[in-house]
Ligand binder design. Structure first.
Ligand code: AKG
Length: 266
């Protein structure tokens, strides 16, 4: 049963994103924030399939981080972490909403806890996530991005270009900045001159967005962390592009989280 109203769906179709305020409660966010610390401070084992990505300025020795958490840009692909995956990606209320975008058969296709520590550049250029997904249709893919802290311009909130999902997939390239995190590429023609909307969000707010929406985030100029947890979902009816199948043994694990599998699909 989807919770998405026809009016909300129309906003999403027009703008490429939909913000839902007060979606999660503070105690739910606490569990995910504590898990980040437990993983980074090695109180719990870190699944081998999960990438713990250091910020590039720390990795190159340009900035000395006071702790491992201050050195970490994100955790990625946490499908084997029971707390983050079961708790967030399989959250029943979140999946009820996701169904409203991709239908009843849902796969989780990518998960991240983005940390954005203070003291580093950490910007993410405007880009389109469809770049990372070798299957279609794009309209059957949706991202959820949940603020774990209050996200403001000062600490590098998400920025979006409303309506940009109605163009196609652009070429992407290194933005040419001095310090750019691993695989943070920007869409061609979407440089600093591009008008964007800064999505200021309270902790617990969620934004659902289309995989062609141009989005990115600024530098964290505050003294605290700007954390967010995010999962991408696709209909399990999506089909690989020709030549787009993951390499044997490689590629991302796509995990059925609701409904059923479909023959010949992702
Ligand atoms: O949370 C952010 O700063 C942006 C994350 C993002 O757009 C991404 O990792 O694709």
């Amino acid at each position: 049963m989807s919770h998405l109203s026809a009016e909300q769906r129309a906003i999403y179709d027009e703008q490429g994103y939909l913000v839902v305020r007060g979606f999660f409660e503070a105690h739910e966010l606490e569990v995910w924030k504590r898990r980040l610390l437990d993983v980074l401070e090695e109180r719990v084992p870190s699944p081998p399939s999960m990438l713990v990505m250091r910020d590039v300025m720390v990795a190159k020795g340009i900035v000395e981080a006071p702790s491992r958490v201050a050195a970490t840009a994100k955790l990625q692909d946490f499908q084997e972490d029971p707390v983050l995956f079961e708790g967030y990606c399989k959250h029943p209320k979140l999946l009820d909403w996701v169904e409203g975008f991709v239908g009843p058969d849902v796969k989780s296709i990518h998960s991240m806890l983005i940390n954005k520590p203070p003291g580093v550049d950490g910007r993410h250029p405007l880009h389109q996530d469809l770049l990372y997904f070798p299957f279609r249709p794009a309209d059957d893919i949706v991202a959820t991005w949940t603020a774990l802290d209050a996200c403001r311009r000062e600490n590098g909130c998400l920025a979006v270009v409303p309506g940009s999902h109605r163009g196609g997939l652009r070429k992407h390239e290194n933005p040419g900045w001095e310090h750019v995190n691993f695989l943070y590429v920007g869409a061609e023609g979407a440089g600093p001159e591009t008008d964007r909307l800064h999505l200021e969000m309270q902790a617990g707010d969620v934004v659902f967005f289309h995989p062609l929406l141009l989005h990115g985030s600024g530098r964290n100029r505050s003294a605290g962390f700007r954390r967010a947890i995010s999962c991408h979902y696709a209909s399990s009816r999506c089909r690989y592009l020709e030549g787009g199948e993951p390499l044997p043994g490689g590629g991302r694990p796509y995990v059925l989280v609701r409904g059923r599998e479909h023959e010949g699909c992702i």
